[in-house]
Design a protein. Structure first.
Length: 214
């Protein structure tokens, strides 16, 4: 079964403070044709960050091979986290045992329950030391069901600097991670739009089981 991990793009949706407000509406078209007008940023909704999002001269989203976006990985359950609480390395490390380099690590904080509310901006975030350990472990992509891998209330950027500086891709604003089993490996697809030279893209994130439970 393929599991959809993406928030819908629609009017009134949550977006990062200061980013373009997503707007969707009808465009002029000759009946019976229907065309819609989209206004959104590259980091709207469920999206992927390329290195150039933070690193000057970094890799743009269209320059990565497709293999970077369709990859195996594991979900890390992180129950009981509070608002603006750091996620330490010790909470992640046990799930990485035996995980080959280049894989995805997907953080299930449960914070999607606040999507659409102000509380969503006060999400848990990845500790800088944990980000460094993920780089050392050879992880290819880190994803979260929260707004940001850094602390949004503090305006932090260290985790983006560490991960994107090591060319580790970032996916944010996932949903539905509770549908994925704790002890099973999954294949994930985070395919972006082919946006020439840009810093990221909305994605239709999906996952499906890969092999037996671990």
């Amino acid at each position: 079964m393929i599991v959809d991990l993406s928030h819908p793009i629609e009017n009134g949706m949550t977006y990062f403070p200061g980013d373009p407000e997503p707007r969707v509406g009808p465009a002029t078209a000759e009946p019976p044709w229907r065309v819609s007008d989209l206004h959104l940023g590259t980091h709207t909704g469920t999206h992927i960050d390329a290195a150039t999002h933070f690193i000057p001269g970094g890799t743009a989203i269209d320059a990565y091979p497709l293999e970077r976006f369709i990859l195996s990985g594991v979900v890390v359950p992180l129950p009981g986290l509070g608002g603006n609480e750091a996620i330490p390395w010790r909470s992640i490390a046990p799930r990485l045992e035996g995980l080959p380099p280049g894989r995805a690590v997907v953080l299930n904080t449960g914070w999607e329950r606040y999507w659409g509310h102000d509380r969503y901006l006060e999400h848990p975030y990845l500790a800088g030391a944990a980000a460094r350990e993920l780089v050392n472990a050879g992880v290819g992509l880190v994803a979260t069901d929260a707004l940001n891998l850094d602390s949004t209330p503090r305006g932090a950027s260290l985790v983006h600097e560490i991960l994107l500086g090591a060319d580790v891709l970032i996916v944010e604003n996932l949903r539905g991670l509770g549908q994925l089993e704790r002890d099973r490996a999954y294949r994930f697809s985070f395919l972006p739009l082919r946006l020439k030279g840009l810093d990221g893209s909305p994605v239709r994130a999906v996952a499906w089981p890969e092999g037996p439970a671990r």
